[in-house]
Write a protein that binds this ligand. Structure first.
Ligand code: EPZ
Length: 429
C-alpha cells in the first residue's frame, strides 16, 4: 500500500487549484439515473470514490464517457463525464459494490422513482460512527414507496409511481435531502421537504435537476417544495468547487504559515470555517476567483468550535481544525455534534505529540510548542488529511499509511502541496 512521507517545517507559498466537490459530484452522477437522456458533468474530480461510483452505475447499465482533455488542461483540471441511463438493465445494487462507498445507497431514489423498484444493499458501518438510513427510507415511504428489508437488502417498490407528500426530517440529513429531492422530482404532485439540509451540495443537485426539467423551489433553505414532473431530460452542469478541500488547504497554510491563493473556489461556500480561521489570527481574503490565506510570524490563537449542519462549521473540517489547534496558544474545545465517533484522529495526532483528551463529544486540545514526526495511519478520509496538516508542521518525518483514504477525496494532494514548497512525497507500494 502507498505511503506519504512528509518532512515538516516548510511554510507554504504559491497557488493551489481547488477541484470540483466530491460530495456534489456523487449525487449529481446518481441523478443521471433519473433520465434516459445524457447528463454531462464538468469539473468532476479525479478520485477513487468517483471511479467506484462509475462502476456501480455501470452495473445498472449506465453508459459513461470521459471526455478527452483539451489543450492546456492538466490532470488537476477536472474531467467532464457524460452519463446516459437509457438502457438500465438492473435495479439491484449489490453488497460488494455498495459496501465500498456509502453514498452509493442513494441510487435507491432515482431507481424507484423511474422504474418502480430498487434493491440496494444496506450500507455497512463506518469508521466515523453508526450511519443509519432510516430517514432516507422514511422519505421514500412518505412518497408512497413500500420498503422491505430482505437478506441485507432494502427493497423499495411502488405500483403506480411515487406521489408527492410531506417529508419532515427530525434531524438535518444531507443524504436524506438528496434522496428526497431526486425521488420527488419524478413523483406525481407536490412534495414539501421540511428541515432540509442547506449544504451547497444540495443546492448544486437542485440546480442540475432544474436543468433536467425538475421544478424545485427553496433549495438552500430549510423548506424545499418540489412539483413533480412525468419525465426529466438531459443537461450539462458544472460541479461546484470543493469547500472541504478549500478549508483543508486553508488550515494547512494557517498551520505552516505562508501565503497561498486557493484558486477556483468561493468564500461563500465556507464562511463559518473562514471566520473561525480569521479568529485564530490567520488572514483570509476573498478574491474574485478564490481565497487568499496568509499567516506570518505570530502564532495561532486557540478557538472553540462546534460542528453543525451548513451554514455551521462542517464536520468534514473538524479533524483538520483539530490538527491546527494542536499547536495553538492555549486550549481549544472542539465539539462534534454530527457523528458520535468522529474522533479517530485523536490518538494518531497524539503520536505526533499533540495533547488532546476526550470528554464525551468534546475534544479538549491543549496547544503544544512543537510536534514531532512519527508513523501514523487513519481510518477515514478527513482524519487522514488532518495527519497531513499536522505532519507539515511537525519536526522531522511523518509517514502516513493507508493512503487510499486520502485518494478517495483529495485530488493530486502531494502535487498541490509540493508546488507550494511542502516536502511531501508518495512512496508507491
Ligand atoms: C454527507 O454524508 C457527506 N457525504 C459526509 O461527508 C458529511 O460528513 C455528512 O454529509 C454531514 O455533512 C457525502 O456527501 C457523500 P447525513 P451523509 O445524512 O449524507 C444521521 C466525507 O468525509 N442520519 O447528513 O451520509 C447520521 O448518522 C463524508 O466526505 C440518521 O440518523 O450524512 C448523522 O448523525 C463523511 N439517519 C446525521 O444524520 C439517516 O437515515 C447527518 O448525516 C441518515 C442520517
Amino acid at each position: 500500500m502507498d505511503r506519504i512521507h512528509i518532512t515538516g517545517g516548510a511554510p507554504l507559498h504559491g497557488e493551489i487549484p481547488i477541484s470540483g466537490a466530491k460530495n456534489a459530484a456523487l449525487p449529481l452522477m446518481i441523478a443521471s439515473l433519473l433520465t434516459g437522456e445524457t447528463v454531462e458533468l464538468a469539473n468532476v474530480p479525479r478520485l477513487a470514490d468517483i471511479a467506484s461510483l462509475l462502476r456501480i452505475l455501470g452495473n445498472h447499465g449506465v453508459d459513461h464517457m470521459v471526455v478527452g482533455k483539451r489543450p492546456g488542461q492538466t490532470t488537476e483540471t477536472g474531467q467532464t463525464i457524460r452519463l446516459t441511463a437509457s438502457n438500465v438493465i438492473d435495479t439491484t445494487a449489490p453488497y460488494d459494490l455498495v459496501s465500498t462507498m456509502r453514498a452509493s445507497f442513494w441510487v435507491i431514489a432515482p431507481l424507484v422513482a423511474r422504474f418502480g423498484e430498487a434493491k440496494v444493499s444496506m450500507p455497512g458501518g463506518c469508521a466515523i460512527g453508526t450511519r443509519p438510513v432510516d430517514l432516507l427510507l422514511m422519505a421514500l415511504e412518505r412518497l408512497g414507496a413500500t420498503i422491505e428489508i430482505d437478506g441485507g437488502y432494502v427493497v423499495a417498490r411502488t405500483r403506480n409511481g411515487l406521489r408527492g407528500g410531506e417529508i419532515s426530517f427530525p434531524k438535518v440529513t444531507v443524504g436524506g435531502t438528496h434522496v428526497a429531492l431526486m425521488a420527488a422530482s419524478l413523483a406525481h404532485g407536490t412534495t414539501v421537504i421540511e428541515n432540509a439540509a442547506r449544504e451547497p451540495e444540495v443546492v448544486d443537485l437542485a440546480a442540475c435537476l432544474a436543468r433536467m426539467g425538475a421544478r424545485i423551489e427553496g433549495a438552500g433553505t430549510p423548506r424545499i417544495v418540489v412539483e413533480g414532473v412525468s419525465r426529466l431530460g438531459g443537461a450539462r452542469h458544472e460541479v461546484l468547487p470543493d469547500r472541504i478541500e478549500t478549508g483543508t488547504y486553508a488550515m494547512a497554510v494557517a498551520m505552516t504559515g505562508g501565503d497561498v491563493v486557493l484558486r477556483d473556489t468561493r468564500a461563500d461556500l465556507l464562511h463559518s470555517a473562514l471566520d473561525v480561521l480569521a479568529t485564530t489570527g490567520t488572514e483570509v481574503t476573498a478574491l474574485p476567483d478564490g481565497i487568499r490565506v496568509r499567516r506570518n510570524g505570530a502564532g495561532v490563537a486557540a478557538v472553540d468550535v462546534t460542528t453543525d449542519p451548513f451554514p455551521g462549521f462542517p464536520t468534514d473540517l473538524q479533524a483538520q481544525f483539530m490538527a491546527l489547534m494542536t499547536k495553538a496558544q492555549g486550549q481549544s474545545r472542539i465539539r462534534e455534534t454530527i457523528f458520535e465517533n468522529r474522533f479517530m484522529h485523536v490518538q494518531e495526532l497524539a503520536r505526533l505529540g499533540a495533547r488532546i483528551r476526550l470528554e464525551g463529544d468534546v475534544a479538549v486540545v491543549e496547544g503544544v510548542d512543537r510536534l514531532k514526526g512519527a508513523p501514523v495511519m487513519a481510518t477515514d478520509l478527513r482524519a487522514s488529511v488532518s495527519l497531513v496538516i499536522a505532519g507539515l508542521a511537525a519536526e522531522g518525518e511523518t509517514v502516513i499509511n493507508r493512503v487510499y483514504h486520502l485518494d478517495r477525496g483529495f485530488e493530486a494532494l502531494e502535487a498541490k502541496l509540493g508546488r507550494c514548497g511542502a516536502a511531501i512525497r508518495r512512496e508507491r507500494a
